[in-house]
Design a protein around this ligand. Structure first.
Ligand code: ATP
Ligand code: MG
Length: 434
């Protein structure tokens, strides 16, 4: 490991010393092997390097490779400008209006290449207004600046194709050893610039089994209400990221404990906080196991799981108020009226909203076994059936309620599908003998 002296920070993108201020880990002292990097990604790295540019693997891929995990995607950072990159790769196109990236398109993969950039300058009027939200994102910078504009130290490591070393400007390797998610720079400033980073801190901690470093966590507690300033579609996408990939229980627990869930989804928070719905946590556990086993769960089901304790509680309250059980038609209208405003606030796509309503409504239909076989057959072939059945499965397995209904429907669906397949098989024509 070579410690290099801290060099002067330059304003342009040509630093005095290549790796000034960085810790450089030689290829023999880290575990990243080129065999784990896809061929296309290596191709891009090598061509940039041979053309005289710096070419670094960056972001999540370096973090995951160092931790022996499979990276989701392999991003590249370079000092070549978008036009230069475009010229080097025929199969490329420039994308993005604010910060222009280059996509290099291969048959089965897109490799994203970005020019090193720095944190955009804030004008003094912005600071007076205390408006820290980033608005302009398009300034090229040095590798050091590029590392510093990233969110957490573990996400700011570079893998240099020139000598296969890992370059660490921000103490990410030490934080990785200590299993810490630490914000780069002043967490108060960085969370105010982009409140979604608070949710990302929770995501990475849950996913990697890390702790959020104390100063970073304290800042989350101070700024949690500012999550409402973030754009709803980005927040909803991040909620889905928390639910999608097998660490939802841990992540939602942390969302509750850090106080982030309460301002964001007060309805949901009210229904699950203080162990009000113990089955909910069990349901997330079952969901995580299901996802880890490789089964695809739709976004509509994921969000329905999150909303379910609230919907159940509201329905129970309504029935209590009416002092009678609601008929199925009333239940359906009630669910729709309940869920619609929340979906709108979350700025969910129209298709997803519709699927959530349908999944929840159909779930309630499945709680009552239909009377005749034809109705059953129709139900199984209706589109929301699969979502509703997945939801019923999660609900039954975790709450111990409606297990019988789930079994019946599951069994029935299998049979109906088999019959359906048989019915749809093309009739084979006999080959005529000559
Ligand atoms: P994943 O494995 O989920 O893709 P990732 O670390 O690659 O994780 P991305 O969302 O793909 O995360 O972002 C790529 C990189 O861009 C991050 O590693 C981080 O360095 C930087 N980054 C992403 N979002 C932010 C943000 N909101 N603020 C600062 N830097 C960010
Ligand atoms: Mg990524």
């Amino acid at each position: 490991m070579t410690e290099l002296p801290t060099g002067p920070e330059t304003d342009d993108s040509t630093p005095v010393n290549d790796n000034a201020g960085a810790t450089v880990i030689d290829r023999s002292d880290h575990s990243i092997s080129r065999r784990r990097i896809p061929e296309n990604v290596l191709k891009v790295l090598y061509r940039l390097h041979r053309s005289g540019y710096r070419a670094y693997l960056c972001g999540g891929s370096v973090r995951d490779l160092l931790m022996n995990r499979q990276p989701k995607d392999f991003d590249i950072a370079t000092d070549a400008h978008p036009g230069d990159i475009r010229r080097l790769f025929r199969n490329s196109r420039i994308i993005g209006r604010r910060f222009r990236l280059v996509h290099i398109i291969f048959q089965d993969q897109i490799v994203e290449v970005a020019t090193f950039r720095r944190e955009p300058e804030r004008s003094s009027t912005d600071e007076e207004n205390e408006d820290f939200l980033i608005t302009d994102d398009n300034t090229f910078g040095s590798p050091l600046q590029d590392a510093k504009r990233r969110d957490f130290t573990i996400n700011a490591l570079f893998y240099n194709i020139a000598d296969f070393s890992v370059i660490d400007y921000v103490g990410g390797l030490e934080d990785m050893r200590q299993k810490r998610v630490r914000m780069i720079g002043d967490p108060d400033v960085r969370f105010r610039e982009d409140p979604v980073r608070m949710m990302r801190a929770i995501e990475f901690a849950s996913r990697l089994g890390f702790e959020i470093e104390q100063a970073t966590y304290d800042a989350v507690l101070r700024h949690r209400n500012e999550i409402l300033k973030a754009s709803p579609p980005r927040v909803s996408e991040e909620i889905l990221e928390l639910l999608r990939r097998g660490w939802s229980r841990e992540a939602i627990r942390r969302m509750v404990d850090s106080g982030l869930l309460e301002p964001l989804l007060p309805e949901v928070y009210g229904a699950i906080a203080g162990e009000r719905a113990p089955y909910f946590w069990k349901m997330l556990e079952v969901l995580d196991r299901t996802v880890q086993a490789g089964r695809k769960i739709t976004d509509a089901v994921l969000l329905s799981v999150l909303m379910l304790p609230w919907v159940v509680a509201e329905l129970e309250r309504e029935e209590h108020r009416r002092e009678s059980r609601m008929r199925i038609a009333e239940v359906l209208t009630f669910i729709r009226d309940l869920v619609q405003p929340l979906c709108a606030r979350m700025a969910l796509a129209a298709g997803t909203r519709h699927q959530i309503e349908q999944a929840l409504e159909t779930l309630w239909r499945l709680l009552e076994p239909p009377s005749d076989r034809r109705a059953q057959f129709r139900a199984v072939h209706r589109e929301p059936f699969n979502d509703a059945l997945a939801l019923l499965e999660l609900y039954a397995l975790s709450s111990g309620r409606y297990v019988e209904q789930y079994k019946q429907w599951h069994h029935f669906a299998q049979r109906a599908r088999r019959e359906g397949e048989v019915a749809q098989q093309p009739v084979r024509r006999r080959r005529r003998r000559r």
